[in-house]
Design a protein around this ligand. Structure first.
Ligand code: ADP
Length: 583
């Protein structure tokens, strides 16, 4: 028997832990009850020691217990009362030997207690398991909490790292943007400087070119007024025409540079459309007669007499279009039409048309000719000359005046260039409106007995202006720069000072400022030519920019003439000075 028990205990392994626990718990609860737990695989467990178990029950007894639905009472082989029952949870049979007395109530009680105790033990075990599991869960929760905490810590560290990275990235980005902005600003500055240098270069070139042009055109004019034989007259005429052409080209280039630099301002002054159109027609009458083509003007009678706009620029546009029309027409004629399209509250929409019966322009070439330096056909330059700048400038000027240029043309039939611009009407309160440019023409043949101080460093131009002034009846004293002019003013008074702007030692602006300062102070007592009424000063410059005229007026000059000196404009200046003299 002890062999069986040994075998039983020897077989106890971890697998039997639950059964052993059951037996121990049960034995602790009911110490008086001997018990034996027989597992389904035939092994048995029991705290009971001693005694031969096989002597106590038979296999048939076990079978009977297994088959009974309720705890089963029976007597073992030694006649001791036993209670057997199936413990399903453990897949085992529990055999007990309770110390039952003879009283039947004791037996009944025992019979109830054994299954209850079994259930109780199982419950305790269940509770313990739950507790263990609970503890396990708590441990797991702790571990999870720890891991969670670790994770949060890790994430936080990552977050800080990323934030740091972001901060560095942002910093780098910022410095990169700052560097790029600096580069762009520098590039911009360089561009501005390049543009300024270009404008300055163009202005200087224009100045340098205009200075000799002044002499060429002026002296050709003077020469034409002298006795010439036909051959000489033809030569001088050619020189004059070439000079005019060259001057037109210089003006075009300067205009284009101004437009590109956004520095071309459109002024708003009183103008007469009829006058402008008639003037342009008059300019081209002789070439038209020479070419034996007709030049017609159709002017809408409804047009108001005075508009506000830029008369000079409008004239430039018309001269350009009529000039082209004349150039490309060899028979038939050119017609200039001006009509009012519609009146609006703040002005009138005017349409200008220049139609010719010339060579025409093919559809393919029509788009390109408005580009700068573009001509319809390369052979045109050789046949007709020109630079291809005229239409580009025309378009820009029209657009600055709020309009557009349109073209319809057919090769061999002729072309019509049309543009509309909006011109403002003077306010009803502007009673007396003087239209510019007229006074010069009326002064054409007059003689002026004026004393003129001519301040000019270029000897050729000094000589030219002197002759022009003398021809107009003036007495001329010449000075080579501003300092010499001041010296002259110490000695005598003049009715008019014609002051070149660019001179060595003291330029025209400085000299004018000095003269005005002297006039306003007691120092004028040292100058016979200054004091009393301010002397009239008119600037002379080969610079044709508006800013030059503005600077001249700001320095204290009364007017400004550009070189080459146009005779009619010089006469207008003289007329104004003579008018002042009378007042
Ligand atoms: P330019 O006349 O100095 O060459 P423009 O810009 O005034 O420059 O004209 C560009 C080109 O357009 C001319 O060279 C010519 O080919 C064409 N064009 C302009 N006007 C006419 C016209 N009335 N008839 C035929 N072709 C013209």
């Amino acid at each position: 028997m002890s062999g069986v028990i040994d075998d039983i205990f020897a077989g106890l392994e971890d697998d039997d832990a639950r059964e052993r626990e059951f037996v121990q718990t049960f034995a602790a609860l009911m110490p008086d009850v001997e018990l034996y737990l027989l597992k389904a695989d035939g092994d048995g467990l029991s705290p009971v020691s001693g005694g031969d178990l096989e002597d106590r029950f038979s296999a048939a007894d076990i079978q009977a217990v297994k088959e009974a639905a309720e705890p089963l009472f029976f007597a073992d082989r030694q006649g001791r009362a036993m209670i057997g029952l199936v413990v399903e949870e453990l897949e085992a049979v529990l055999l007990t030997w309770p110390p039952m007395g003879d009283c039947s109530s004791c037996r009944a009680l025992t019979a109830t207690m054994i299954p209850n105790c079994t259930a109780h033990v199982l419950l305790l075990m269940e509770q313990k398991l739950v507790r263990t599991e609970n503890e396990q869960l708590q441990r797991e929760i702790k571990v999870l909490n720890y891991q969670h905490h670790e994770l949060i810590e890790h994430n936080h560290r990552q977050y800080l790292l990323i934030k740091e990275k972001d901060r560095n990235y942002a910093k780098n980005l910022e410095s990169e943007i700052a560097a790029r902005t600096e580069d762009l600003e520098r590039a911009n500055e360089e561009l501005r400087e390049a543009s300024r240098l270009k404008s300055e270069f163009l202005a200087n070139m224009s100045h340098e070119l205009r200075t000799p042009m002044n002499a060429i055109i002026g002296f050709s004019d003077l020469l034409m007024d002298t006795e010439l034989n036909p051959e000489q007259a033809e030569y001088v005429n050619t020189v004059k025409q070439s000079g005019d052409g060259l001057l037109g080209l210089i003006n075009d280039i300067l205009d284009f540079a101004k437009i590109e630099a956004g520095k071309l301002d459109i002024v708003s002054e009183p103008l007469s459309l009829v006058e402008i159109v008639k003037n342009v027609a008059a300019m081209f009458m002789k070439p038209a007669n020479d070419k034996e083509i007709k030049l017609n003007c159709l002017i809408d009678e409804r047009l108001p007499g005075v508009f506000l706009g830029d008369g000079n620029r409008l004239k430039q546009i018309l001269v350009n279009l009529v000039g082209n029309a004349m150039k490309f027409t060899s028979r038939g004629g050119v017609t200039m039409t001006v009509e009012q399209v519609k009146g609006q509250d703040d002005g009138v929409m005017i349409r200008f048309m220049v139609a010719d019966t010339g060579i025409g322009i093919s559809v393919e070439q029509q788009g390109a000719i408005f580009e700068k330096f573009t001509q319809a056909d390369g052979t045109i330059t050789r046949r007709f000359g020109g630079t291809g700048l005229g239409l580009a400038i025309t378009c820009q000027l029209v657009s600055l005046m709020g309009g557009r240029v349109y073209l319809t043309s057919a090769p061999g039939q002729g072309s019509t260039f049309c543009f509309t611009i909006k011109l403002r009407l003077p306010a009803a309160t502007d009673k007396t409106i003087e239209i510019g440019g007229q006074s010069g023409e009326t002064a054409a043949d007059k003689s002026f007995s004026l004393r003129v101080l001519l301040v000019e460093d270029n000897l050729v131009n000094q000589r030219l202006a002197t002759i022009m002034l003398k021809k107009a009846g003036c007495e001329v004293v010449a000075a080579g720069d501003g300092l010499l002019a001041l010296k002259q003013l110490k000695k005598e008074r003049f009715d008019l000072i014609l002051m070149d702007m660019q001179m060595p030692n003291m330029d025209g602006l400085e000299a004018t400022a000095s003269i005005r300062a002297i006039e306003a102070s007691d120092e004028c007592n040292n100058y016979a030519g200054l004091g009393g009424r301010p002397v009239a000063i008119v600037g002379l410059s080969a610079h044709a920019r508006k800013e030059d005229a503005d600077r001249a007026l700001a320095a204290g000059m009364d007017d400004f003439l550009t070189k080459p000196i146009v005779r009619s404009k010089l006469l207008a200046v003289l007329a104004a000075a003579a008018g002042n003299q009378k007042d």
